[in-house]
Design a protein. Structure first.
Length: 250
């Protein structure tokens, strides 16, 4: 079976097994380790990570530079594979999937919001939001209608024909959030989502993430900012590749 066919089978299996009631485990990592090998030396970045995140949670991941935040984000987002241990997403082990299969999983189940927005300058707001749907086989009519709906939801209904160069930083991040929601993802994964924004725009973006969580979305934010982490109901503190402690908030 071709790699792309195997990847589609994996996505079908994940879809079939998903149960999205609040409190259902979505993400389970067990004894997960990640090492790099520059030369003959093993550089351990993540060490025996034990982590479960359930449907509807709002989680922040914090830690100093070099603690492993970015590497853990890459694991959660299926951008990389662990050296050892397991990662189950939607009840299925995605630890050993190849690059094509991981790409299909990312497109179907994970919505990314990056600090640098990662918009395509040549495309307008609607077209940027439509990108994930193009790769998932939505019809032109379906993708346009959903993109327009999402643009309206994030407050950009009057800017749908604008290109990124014609938008403020806060507006660009709103486009990025709408794009992340295009495929109704299992997880919204936000990496320093207000890092390039002024305080007012940053507060607006956090307000949107708060609202998405209240509506039942699972939100994971990677940040170094205590004020951003305070929006989450659970804060995971990393240090030297270990989960040092977890802090629960009401």
């Amino acid at each position: 079976m071709a790699g792309s066919d195997k990847g589609k089978t994996v996505i079908q299996q994940v879809d079939k097994n998903l149960v999205l009631n609040s409190g259902t485990p979505i993400l389970v990592m067990q004894q997960l380790c990640k090492s790099y090998f520059p030369g003959a030396v093993e550089l351990k970045v993540l060490r025996d990570i034990e982590l479960t995140i359930t449907s509807g949670e709002y989680v922040a991941i914090m830690g100093p530079s070099g603690s492993g935040k970015s590497t853990l984000l890459n694991m959660i987002g299926c951008l990389d594979r662990p050296t050892r241990g397991t990662y189950k997403l939607g009840g299925n082990n995605v630890s050993m999937l190849d690059d094509d299969q991981l790409s299909l999983i990312r497109g179907a189940h994970i919505g990314f919001v990056f600090q640098s927005f990662n918009l395509i300058d040549q495309l307008n707001v609607i077209e940027n939001i439509e990108i994930p749907m193009y790769y998932q086989g939505f019809s032109e009519h379906e993708s346009f209608a959903r993109a327009a709906e999402l643009a309206e939801m994030v407050g950009l209904g009057d800017r749908v024909k604008h290109r990124p160069s014609e938008l403020s930083g806060g507006q660009k991040q709103r486009v990025a959030i709408a794009r992340a929601l295009a495929n109704d993802p299992l997880i919204i994964l936000a990496d320093e989502p207000t890092g390039n924004l002024d305080s007012e725009s940053g507060a607006d973006i956090l307000g949107i993430l708060d609202r998405l969580h209240r509506e039942g979305k699972t939100v994971i934010v990677v940040t170094h900012d205590d004020n951003i982490a305070a929006h989450a109901h659970r804060i995971i503190h990393l240090f030297d590749g270990w989960i040092k402690r977890q802090e629960y908030r009401k």
